[in-house]
Design a protein. Structure first.
Length: 119
């Protein structure tokens, strides 16, 4: 299985609506094993991340009001790509590309007061 990242907006009724996806490949957030080997790994936790570690046990849903903090966490992880790649066994460019997809989704969400889901 593959982890995907999507952006959503909440309608007036409280129902979430997914925005149109970008080009193929830009919704990829990693392999299913990335949940524990990368995003929920001890090195990510040791950096103080609070959102990404949720992926170790569940899907990650970032509410609109939490998107700025999530973007900051994306920046924190971006500063440690080499270390995270070394620990996870994934190549640096693989980790960088998946994190870039997640960050881009969060930026799209911020532009429309929406949220992010990684599942």
């Amino acid at each position: 299985m593959t982890l995907l990242v999507h952006t959503y907006v909440r309608g007036r009724s409280g129902e979430d609506h997914f925005l149109e996806d970008p080009e193929h490949g830009l919704t990829l957030a990693g392999f299913e094993s990335s949940r524990t080997k990368l995003w929920g790994s001890p090195p990510v936790r040791e950096l103080g991340a609070r959102f990404f570690p949720e992926l170790a046990t569940a899907n990650l849903c970032v509410d609109p009001e939490d998107v700025p903090a999530f973007l900051a966490e994306c920046g924190l992880l971006r500063d440690h790509i080499a270390e995270l790649a070394a620990h996870s066994g994934y190549a640096d460019d693989y980790v960088a590309a998946r994190l870039a997809n997640i960050t881009a989704a969060a930026e799209r969400a911020q532009d429309v007061d929406g949220g992010v889901i990684v599942w």
